[in-house]
Design a protein around this ligand. Structure first.
Ligand SMILES: NC(=O)c1ccc[n+]([C@@H]2O[C@H](COP(=O)([O-])OP(=O)(O)OC[C@H]3O[C@@H](n4cnc5c(N)ncnc54)[C@H](O)[C@@H]3O)[C@@H](O)[C@H]2O)c1
Length: 360
């Protein structure tokens, strides 16, 4: 086991550190990307995925770790941004020794990086990794973990949506608005409940017949449409993408009738430039990484010893952050996605600078 290589100059990508980890016996090949520790230890999940090449794995970890720095900064956390990828098919490779070998690499960074779940890794895996390292969160309830993060993710999305509604219609409520929810999974279900409690009308869709059945059985007042395209074209005020990434592209944006987009899905903008297309059409886009931060707020809280009420309070502040971003966007004449990036960079620079005031 040993660190076998690292990219020549991580600072060329803006990263503080990129660590390549290999353990031949278990088949572990992992890359840990630390974009920034300006605000504290880097936090971000471990993605276990069969990348086509090492270059593809590296590109993903660089991109994802940078994204986590921005997300954690705007979530108000004292945590920087990092991410890790394990290169390989989890169905074939995942084993106790491999996860524990990975945990030892995480431990070797001495707390500069905290890991958690992502695509291909689950709370049970975090429990195994934790047998080798202290720097892991998102653990099972039996091990002091916080459990399902979709509860606070949905709560945070609802708060971001309230701020967007206030910006467009003058009041922080969805009362009387028609909201289209695309994806009735873990987050979409909780979000639907919050919207109905706030007296919104909900129109929804999901490809999974079980999710559609859940709506019919639990919330018969929700109108179901055939697919996401029908939802985009529907007479709705707010569009909430809660399924996969890339929901906003060159086809959906021109067809969209909603005035606000606020949803849980990661990477909603299919490519750079879509934020401008939305702004040009007068559609307010509440940046995904701002409004869906409830999940990371939850796993971050677990590092201190999980307290649901404290974490919920932090997720509630997504309302204030979204408001601030939307105002900044207006003041600076830029789309909200650009304003969000600026605010995150400002916090990393201003708070990060305080470390130059030495304590000893
Ligand atoms: N769970 C969290 O804490 C969390 C945190 C941050 C971001 N997110 C993001 O939010 C999104 C939803 O997360 P989740 O945990 O609810 O996932 P999930 O897998 O539980 O739910 C996704 C739902 O979307 C449906 N779906 C898939 N493709 C669809 C399509 N083309 N049209 C309509 N429905 C479709 C699925 O059938 C499923 O019911 C994901 O993009 C996830 O990355 C989740």
């Amino acid at each position: 086991m040993g660190v076998f290589t690292s990219i020549d100059d991580p600072s060329s990508t803006g990263h503080e550190q990129v660590v390549f980890c290999q353990d031949t016996q278990t088949g572990l090949r992992a890359i840990i990307g630390i974009y920034s520790t300006a605000l504290g230890p880097a936090l971000g999940g471990t993605r276990f995925y069969p990348y086509a090449s090492e270059e593809a794995a590296l590109a993903d970890v660089l991109d994802l770790s940078r994204g986590m720095a921005y997300k954690n900064a705007l979530a108000g956390l004292d945590l920087g941004g990092g991410k890790a990828v394990i290169w390989g098919d989890p169905d074939q490779l995942k084993s106790e020794p491999l996860l524990r070998a990975y945990g030892r690499f995480v431990e070797s960074l001495n707390g500069r990086y905290y890991t958690a779940c992502d695509v291909g890794t689950y709370v049970a895996d975090m429990d195994v990794i934790a047998r080798e390292t202290r720097y892991v969160t998102g653990r099972s309830v039996e091990h002091g973990g916080a459990g399902d993060s979709s509860v606070l993710t949905a709560w945070g999305v609802f708060q971001g949506m309230r701020a967007a509604a206030e910006h467009v219609w003058g009041a922080p409520t969805l009362n009387g608005r028609r909201v289209g929810v695309a994806g009735l999974g873990k987050v979409g279900k909780h979000l639907t409940r919050h919207l109905l409690d706030d007296h919104a009308e909900v129109v929804a869709t999901d490809v999974d017949p079980r999710a559609r059945e859940w709506v019919r059985a639990n919330h018969p007042q929700v109108e179901l449409v055939d697919d996401a395209a029908a939802l985009v074209a529907a007479d709705i005020d707010v569009y909430a993408p809660c399924a996969l990434g890339g929901a906003l592209d060159d086809d959906t944006v021109p067809a969209l009738r909603a005035k606000v987009v606020a949803g849980a899905a990661n990477n909603q903008l299919a490519h750079p430039g879509i934020e401008k297309l939305l702004a040009d059409r007068g559609i307010l886009y509440a940046p995904d990484y701002v409004v869906n931060a409830g999940g990371v707020i939850q796993v971050a809280d677990e590092i201190e010893g999980f307290n649901f009420e404290r974490a919920k309070l932090r997720a509630t502040r997504i309302y204030d952050t979204t408001r601030q971003i939307l105002r900044l966007a207006d003041d600076e004449g830029v789309p909200p996605a650009v304003a969000a990036d600026r605010l995150a960079e400002r916090r990393m620079a201003e708070v990060g600078r305080l470390r130059t005031i030495h304590l000893r």
